[in-house]
Design a protein around this ligand. Structure first.
Ligand code: AMP
Ligand code: MG
Length: 354
């Protein structure tokens, strides 16, 4: 994912900051001295710090079950191993269809649906460009225009062939040699949904799962109030918030160019690639937070809307039922969709509403 010879913002030790801030933002009940502190577990998975915050007498065992499920998903979808289902799909591009699990089939099907909704701004076949830029590996460089055009020609979500779910066999085919699927923009959201499902199966009715800023706030706080989720200030160190969103039973997912990037000749190049240009998206936004019922949708939408920019992105979110968003522009202007009017509080005076 991200590399950079010059400047890299990485996430190590972020778990500690996240842990502390999560405690501040999600545990207003802590003011009551007799209240049990919620159980907090963390693991590094999906290339990020994952934190589970629940209250249950069996919390350690339940958290282990959640981490095992996330590990399963990672094993199927990662690009960091040659044996994952996605790696095998990519290796067989232009040659033959491959069989994948129901998990991978579902995420790919959903990814294509989200590509259609975002008119290709979110595109899981973005892989050749992600590989070319290689933001996050320590070897990132600015590719030449010819290389970008060559990679760009392989990116097209409409070319990915997925057999319908009704068929017994889940097969998928990338028709052109060199095509690469990358689920980095959606897999964490799916993992958040699955984490919530497992917690509910174990009888846990409320909690927070934070997958590197991809937050699943499920149920509400024990005192009946909504969870308070801090929204990262994209211009300040990790863990500095510009506002708070109050939500119950929602996924809150942020995408931004500040998350992974490198700087070359004074220019910043980040990890979210615009499938129409082949370059890091540059449509006036520095971050987008999407609030939706399901993590998988919030995750794909936040990546896609970041690419679309404010005008098109806001139009899209406005047109969707049950989905809200917060947009932060290069000029530090903040826009929210109507449904967040009373649920978002801007706390940083450096930013202002338009
Ligand atoms: P996120 O942090 O959810 O916005 O996802 C960013 C990650 O998604 C990147 O690190 C890439 O792996 C992948 N990605 C980059 N650009 C796109 C895009 N336009 N559509 C889909 N996935 C993308
Ligand atoms: Mg995403």
């Amino acid at each position: 994912m991200e590399k950079g010879k010059m400047v890299i913002e990485r996430k190590p030790a972020a778990w500690l900051t996240a842990l502390i801030l999560l405690a501040i933002f999600t545990c207003a009940g802590c003011a009551k001295v007799d209240e049990q502190a919620p159980y907090i577990a963390h693991e590094f998975m999906l290339d990020t710090d994952i934190i589970i915050n629940i209250e249950d007498s069996r919390a350690p065992q339940i958290s282990t079950a959640v981490f095992q499920r996330i590990a399963q998903i990672e094993k199927k979808m990662t690009l960091f191993s040659q044996d994952s289902e996605i790696a095998v799909l990519n290796a067989q591009a232009g040659q033959k269809a491959v069989e994948v699990s129901a998990d991978t089939h579902y995420v790919l099907t959903k990814a294509i649906a989200m590509s259609k909704i975002t008119r290709g701004a979110f595109d899981p076949t973005i892989g050749p460009l992600v590989k070319l830029w290689d933001v996050g590996s320590g070897l990132a460089r600015v590719p030449g225009d010819a290389e970008i055009q060559k990679a760009l020609a392989l990116v097209d979500y409409r070319s990915l062939q997925i057999n319908p779910d009704s068929d017994q066999l889940h097969t998928v085919f990338l028709p052109r040699l060199g095509q690469v699927v990358d689920l980095g923009g959606i897999a964490k959201g799916y993992s958040g949904d699955e984490a919530k499902r497992i917690l509910l199966e174990h009888g846990v009715r409320q909690g927070i799962i934070n997958l590197g800023g991809n937050v699943m706030a499920f149920g509400h706080k024990k005192d009946g109030n909504p969870w308070r989720v801090g929204i990262q200030n994209p211009l300040a160190p990790r863990g500095t918030y510009l506002g708070i969103v109050y939500v119950s039973d929602k996924a809150v997912v942020t995408s931004g160019g500040y998350e992974r990037y490198f700087i070359k000749n004074g220019r910043r190049y980040h990890h979210i690639i615009d499938p129409t240009t082949g370059y890091p998206a540059n449509n006036g936004l520095i971050s987008v937070t999407v609030v939706a019922d399901r993590g998988i949708e919030a995750d794909a939408l936040s990546t896609g809307v970041y690419v679309l920019g404010l005008t098109e992105g806001k139009q899209l979110i406005d047109s969707m039922d049950g989905v809200e968003a917060i947009f932060i522009t290069n000029e530090r202007k903040v826009y929210t969709t109507a449904g967040l009017k009373d649920c978002f509080q801007l706390t940083d005076g450096d930013f202002s509403y338009e």
